[in-house]
Design a protein around this ligand. Structure first.
Ligand code: S3P
Length: 165
């Protein structure tokens, strides 16, 4: 089984994923990085051909990662948009929705490699409005990311242990 973190960009999936994997002695995979390495192509380059081209690649990667075992997977913020992607991931894992206050994301997250947050922060509210019901639909658990990292990692790890893996 895998532990899958979902949530909007800047919600802390990669940071908390990496630390949780360490705490639980599991592997860690960042889906965006895996995708770029697997195709030897940047996410921007996929998007330049259209979002659907990126989403197809994302589904294919989910099918590969869904076959891993004992891996913490931090996903891209848009994985919930495709049912096939979530089906592939959830087939072999439990899903935690990392929910974080959007003002805090805009204020605190590194904007350098996130042009959306830098140029159009208000778009994050639109994105969350469209996706919140999907994050909730696919979440086995929700963890609110509003405390210190150590506490959140403890919560994530205890949910995993509670499942008995
Ligand atoms: C996306 C989020 C990004 C990345 C891609 C699309 C989205 O991942 O997958 O740019 O649609 O929300 P992060 O959530 O890791 O920033």
């Amino acid at each position: 089984m895998n532990l899958i973190l979902i949530g909007v960009m800047g919600s802390g999936k990669s940071t908390i994923g990496r630390l949780s994997a360490k705490e639980l002695s599991m592997e860690f995979v960042d889906m965006d990085i895996f995708l770029e390495e697997h195709y030897n192509r940047t996410i921007d380059s996929f998007f330049s051909e259209g979002e659907n081209v990126f989403r197809d690649a994302e589904t294919a990667v989910a099918q590969i990662l869904g076959k891993q075992d004992r891996t913490v997977i931090s996903t891209g913020g848009g994985v919930v948009l495709r049912e096939d992607t979530m089906k592939a991931l959830k087939e072999n894992g439990i899903t935690i929705f990392l929910d974080r206050n959007l003002d805090e994301i805009i204020e605190r997250v590194n904007h350098e490699n996130r042009p959306l947050l830098r140029d159009h922060p208000e778009k994050l509210y639109e994105i969350m409005e469209k996706r919140r019901n999907l994050y909730e639909k696919y979440a086995d658990y929700t963890v609110i990311n509003n405390q210190n990292l150590e506490d959140i990692v403890k919560q994530v790890a205890s949910l995993w242990r509670k499942e008995g893996f």
